[in-house]
Ligand binder design. Structure first.
Ligand code: GLA
Length: 510
């Protein structure tokens, strides 16, 4: 009896085990990962970085793409014994290429994922089934083109600060308040820098009514706006016409009017509107209409809001920026804190300079002055060139902690005066000999700003003929970096200009 019972028990246990095993094997055999998956990686600010993958399983082989602004093929894909593996390589082959390995374990219909980038800690997250529509929403209808009423703002180029160049994703409420304090204590505000602009990564989830909220780094957007206003400053915000911003945060897609109202209710005075993921559902030809939609929404919000277009100069934006209500429009890709970047972006503006006018200006991107990647001569060139171009002066450095040299560059009121000249007249090229470039800009009251720029790697003697710069009478001139009179006698002026440096003059009839 005893023996029998024992055998019986063993039999039952074995049968249960067999059953479970065959069920598991059956499940694995049946499981096919084919379809769209969303991978949600939590960020410390309470939001998620979402990516979409479309997988195609064939036996143990996995192929497919990472969906996004571009579709990137996945490589080395396999699914064996419930374990998924694939690799995504972004960028051209070589040093620049970034490779991410994705490993997943199937767990009740979800995938427990580990994401590994060489040299970094692995990141754990969960992938769930999703749809192609969630990854690439359908294109919303766009309005017919017509002219948006001019908001009357920013008659001279906007001046202020923006968080992106230095802080990028590390910006938070405390930093913005600290910057606002420093804008006052450093003298920046009184020199004309009034906008304190929060760039990307402030955005949180939408609430049940679809209202956008700040994330954990920005718990009280209205309170923050009130604080910045209490310092005699204005405050700016950032969004995208796409579902996601460039850093992968919540965009305004399908919520344009609602978001404009929210920004106005919080008290924001400036919006930078960045194309980013809008390229997933709109064509480049839709851009004007898409920007017009937000231009209208800002006007309808009832609050005066400077409208800053950011779509990297595509579609000849300088030709239609004012029609969509734009006060400024980026004409370039992103600046970086290097001479080559600043030099290339700045001097590339000369051909389109005639499109800038009071209230509507080309934007060659924000300032890098004080961020450490260029020397004093190069930063003086940056400030001088942006001022000759009548570009927005949006400092991108840590205002709370500036060297005397940085202060002397950003707060050179004589140079700011060139930028802020109410005529917003287009800069002209007086001469260009190799890397020696002489630019002139007519100022109100008959004066002329003249910049002698040395783009070369050696000091150079650069001359300007007064008449060629538009000054035909006997003149007087002032050196705006030395803050002293310049030798104006004779028909021309010559200076030795340091490598990557500038001599900036304000010349007028005597
Ligand atoms: C784009 C813009 C930048 C900045 C980032 C934020 O790259 O051109 O100026 O706003 O997005 O993600």
């Amino acid at each position: 009896m005893r023996i029998l019972t024992k055998i019986g028990r063993i039999d039952i246990a074995a049968a249960v085990l067999l059953c479970a095993l065959s069920a598991a094997i059956g499940l694995l055999a049946q499981t096919n990962l084919t379809g769209v998956w969303i991978l949600r990686v939590p960020r410390t600010d309470g939001t998620f970085n979402e990516s979409f993958f479309e997988l195609k399983q064939d036996g143990e082989a996995i192929a497919g793409t990472m969906l996004g602004n571009r579709e990137t093929p996945i490589a080395d894909g396999s699914f064996k014994d419930g374990k998924l593996h694939f690799v995504v390589r972004v960028g051209a082959a070589g040093k620049q290429q970034r490779e991410t390995a994705y490993d997943g374990v199937l767990d009740g219909g979800k995938l427990q994922m580990t994401q590994t980038v060489p040299g970094r800690d692995p990141v754990k997250s969960v992938a769930e089934r999703s749809t192609r529509e969630a990854a690439n929403p359908a294109r919303l209808p766009v309005p017919d083109l017509r002219d948006v009423r001019d908001n009357g703002l920013a008659r001279t180029p906007p001046m202020g600060w923006n968080s992106w160049n230095l802080f990028a994703g590390r910006v938070d409420d405390k930093t913005v308040r600290g910057i606002a304090d420093a804008m006052v204590s450093s003298g920046m505000r009184d020199a004309g820098y009034v906008y304190v602009n929060i760039d990307d990564t402030w955005e949180g989830a939408r609430d049940a009514d679809g209202n956008v909220t700040g994330n954990l780094k920005f718990p009280d957007m209205k309170g923050l706006a009130d604080y910045v206003h209490s310092k005699g400053l204005k405050i700016g915000i950032y969004s995208s016409p796409g579902p996601k911003t460039c850093a992968g945060y919540e965009g305004s897609y399908g919520h344009e009017a609602q978001d404009a109202k929210t920004y106005a209710a919080w008290g924001f005075d400036y919006l930078k509107y960045d194309w980013c993921s809008a390229s997933r559902m709109y064509k480049d030809e839709d851009m004007q209409a898409v920007y017009q939609k937000m231009g209208d929404a800002l006007l309808a919000s009832g609050r005066p809001v400077v409208f800053s277009l950011c779509q990297y100069g595509r579609q000849d934006v300088w030709k239609w920026g004012p029609q969509v209500g734009g006060n400024l429009w980026r004409t370039t890709g992103d600046i970086s804190d290097r001479w080559q970047s600043m030099d290339m972006l700045g001097f590339r503006q000369l051909d389109i300079a005639t499109y800038s006018q009071p209230g509507h200006v080309n934007d060659p991107d924000m300032l890098e002055i004080g961020n450490g990647g260029m020397n004093g001569d190069e930063y003086r060139t940056h400030m001088s060139l942006w001022s000759m171009l009548s570009a927005a002066l949006l400092a991108g450095n840590d205002i709370r902690n500036m060297s005397e040299e940085t202060k002397s560059i950003l707060m050179n009121r004589e140079v700011i005066g060139i930028d802020q000249d109410p005529g917003v007249r287009p800069v002209k090229t007086v001469s260009q000999q190799g890397t020696a470039v002489v630019l002139a800009k007519e100022l109100s009251g008959g004066a002329v700003a003249i910049g002698l720029f040395n783009r070369g790697d050696q000091p150079a003697e650069i001359s300007v003929n007064w008449a060629a710069a538009g000054l035909t009478r006997a003149i007087q001139a002032r050196d705006l970096w030395k803050h002293e009179a310049a030798a104006a006698a004779g028909p021309s002026f010559t200076a030795t200009v340091p490598r990557h440096g500038v001599v900036l003059l304000r010349a007028s009839a005597r």
